[in-house]
Write a protein that binds this ligand. Structure first.
Ligand SMILES: *Cc1c(COP(=O)(O)O)cnc(C)c1O
Length: 373
């Protein structure tokens, strides 16, 4: 019998020949970075794909989120979800803002009820992820923001390709950040994008992404305290050849999710996110999250370890709330995290990627089923 070796995640790769063809012109232009023609071509393709109106590219998602917050010039408190990758919280704190941690609901996203509870006269924004590519309550958050004059920045790092009521997810809030990191549904090796409503931000992003330098005839000046967050041409080339493959990648994942849902339906103590519960959403199927509850007879950690022993890699996303990380836990930030505190002990992310086979999913599900105690 061959040993199973199912990886928790795998990058969506383009055809190698296509990539080599795309990068070959870089040897002719000699332009490797600094807003080259590949980056501009990729940006145009993304504008076409998302129809979001305004978009800029960055070296990675985190830098993009940092600058999204910076250009809005926010001060005070930001309501956010602690059930996320630490980047969301870091970007808030790195901008000198105070995170206020709200609770999540069954969608794993920040609950509007909790937001309402946490509003103060210092609240300036809601900055929160569409976690696992599952959209937040966009309407509810929009209504609260409007009523209280708050900015909304979505961390859409995991949500590229998702649509709500036929509209691309990049079109909601003031700004949405996307990550094109290697293991996101859509990758450009590393990469980040901001989609935004106010076209006047375009020049600011260009400035802040390149150290804040302005180029004059008689010399340069630095107008803003910027960083280096430019996307390079090799990243852009990867994005250019990968973007036409995205819809097929999502379609494959959707098929695999159906197999998971069918096979895990009757397993006691395994509760799956119901991808059919919101027919207005076209998901990107970034993740397949499950909750391991008491009826399973093993804890989430035990199931994770047991699957690992049997050659199946899964991820505990997220087994710690960001407010509980060492660098934040003693900061005294306000938190309303009753349900999130429970979910962090139950959540397990099963393997999901385009090159995974239905047979592998059946094996994973059979193993999970046979592990019930
Ligand atoms: C991946 C991710 C980021 C960071 O994006 P990078 O491109 O890796 O910098 C931020 N937030 C969330 C929720 C993510 O999943």
């Amino acid at each position: 019998m061959t040993e199973k070796n199912i990886k928790p995640t795998q990058p969506a790769m383009p055809d190698m020949g296509d990539y080599i063809k795309e990068i070959s012109s870089i040897w002719e232009t000699g332009i490797l970075t600094n807003n080259g023609e590949k980056a501009e071509k990729f940006r145009q393709m993304l504008l076409d794909y998302t129809e979001c109106g305004n978009a800029d590219l960055f070296v990675n998602g985190h830098s993009a989120l940092l600058l999204a917050i910076r250009v809005l010039g926010l001060t005070g408190e930001v309501i956010t979800s602690p059930f996320t990758f630490v980047s969301t919280t870091n970007a808030i704190v790195q901008n000198g803002l105070t995170p206020v941690f709200g609770d999540i609901d069954e969608s794993y996203n920040l609950s509007t009820e909790s937001i309402e509870k946490l509003l103060t006269d210092k609240t300036c924004a809601i900055i929160t992820p569409h976690i696992f590519g599952i959209p937040c309550d966009i309407e509810g958050i929009g209504a609260i923001a409007k009523k209280h004059n708050l900015k909304v920045i979505y961390d859409g790092a995991q949500a590229f390709g998702t649509k709500v009521a036929g509209t691309d997810i990049s079109c909601f809030g003031d700004i949405t950040m996307f990550s094109f990191h290697a293991i996101k549904v859509f990758q450009s090796i590393e990469g980040g994008m901001l989609a935004y409503r106010d076209g006047a931000l375009h020049d600011k992003f260009g400035l802040y992404r390149n150290f804040g330098i302005t180029y004059g005839e008689c010399g340069n000046d630095v107008e803003a305290v910027g960083i280096n967050a430019k996307m390079n041409e090799f990243q852009a080339a990867m994005g250019i050849v990968n973007l036409p493959r995205l819809d097929a990648e999502i379609a494959k994942r959707k098929k695999l999710v159906r197999v998971y849902a069918e096979r895990l339906r009757d397993v006691p103590g395994i509760s799956t996110y119901d991808y059919d519960s919101r027919p207005d959403i076209e998901y990107n199927y970034a993740y397949f999250p499950v909750k391991v509850t008491a009826e399973y007879g093993r804890s989430r950690d035990e199931l994770w370890a047991w699957l690992k022993e049997n050659g199946i890699g899964t991820r505990k996303l997220y087994d710690k709330l960001t407010c509980d990380y060492a660098c934040y836990k003693d900061a005294g930030y306000v938190r309303d995290t009753g349900y999130a505190d429970k979910v962090k002990d139950m959540a397990l992310d099963l393997p999901l990627y385009g090159t995974l086979t239905e047979t592998e999913i059946e094996e994973i599900c059979d193993m999970i089923k046979s592990g019930v105690k």
